[in-house]
Design a protein around this ligand. Sequence first.
Ligand code: PMP
Length: 441
Amino acid sequence: MPSSSPTQIDPEAYWMPFTANRRYKRDPVLFDSADGMYYHRPDGSKVLDGIAGLWCVNAGHRRPEVVQAIAHCADRLDYASSFQMSHPLAFQFAEALCEQAPGELSHVFFSNSGSEAVDTALKIALGYHKARGQGQRVRLIGRERSYHGVGFGGLSVSGIGGHRKNFGNLLPYVDYLPHTYDRSQMAYTRGQPAWGAHLADELERIVALHDASTIAAVIVEPVAGSTGVLVPPQGYLRRLREICDRHGILLIFDEVICAFGRLGAPFASERFGVLPDIVTCAKGLTNGAIPMGATLVRDAVYEAYMDAPEGAIEFSHGYTYSGHPVACAAGLATLAIHQSEGLAQRARELEPYWEDAAHALCGLPGVVDIRNIGLLAAVELEPRAGKPGQRGFGVHQACLAKGSLIRSSGDAMLLSPPLIIEKAQIDELFSTLSEVLRQDA
Ligand code: PMP
């Protein structure tokens, strides 16, 4: 394939996202096809995908149903705006998605990415209060060690200092809950830690400081994904819900990673038995085949806009590609696969096996914690002295050289495979990681 031969690539033209460009381009890693659980490299070798692309290819790569739906739609309706017009696929996909979603999450606003889904959610929350005559509720509350994308809204509520520091002023009036990870209390917990529900009470402290009447919404990832698979303590999310209810604050779950079976349920809110007011999703939505984001809202949020006096509040928001027909076609095909193959249920059934395989790495050189839930896991490594992240990246590279794709976030090794993974492939991922860690000692 000439286009993917490293020798024919102009290394400077493409400015790669979240990549140390010059370093990467000295020894580029390229994939030129994919199939099921595997990527294929230009040299013909294959790589077991332990991270579902980037937490998104939940039904496995290059599913014929999705490919055909995309091709068929593109050949029939390449584009139709959703501004004051639309096309049937957008309505059909919205209905199918809301049917899958828990509780009263029965309205959806489409966008093109997780970042856009988050910015949309924050704006919906602010406008909701305004529609109800409480326009003074302008404060947003995020959490440390959270990732909500790269738009200025999502970045403002995110809790990763390194992502924020170069970009000057972000949104004003944002506070942060503490993150929920304390290794001294929860190292090697399987599933949800028993310790830590009280950390939700920090929300009461923020409310007391600013007064509830100024606070619009709290946004959290049910499980913080890219910052290291930080599983919420038992009871924590319920407590956040209760405090939000007490003070009329909207609760937003950023399920960009957690939705579509990743945690062994269609949505994280079902896994944890807590219903938020707004849910963002993106990654599994079209099985990674076409960019798309979605923001689902409860009836009360939607009705606040719809019931506002004519012209009083219009949601002045949307993207040229909101509800893009090809994305909707891919999404419908993806949902059909989830339903016919019961992928969320499959993830739930595999979870004990996955958990055992992950925790079998306990005691290996450099391992200081192992965390897991659903088909998510993190193996936390002791950083090399004075060089955070270096060990993690080295382990990622060594695993790749042995044919397994495992992501590093700092010194945590992150795993989130397609939900179609077989037990033998679970063994392969963890035995590769284990072999590399023994050699890395
Ligand atoms: N929210 C969460 C929880 C995410 O994990 C991500 C992506 N990793 C985003 C938002 C942003 O999604 P995108 O990269 O599609 O903009």
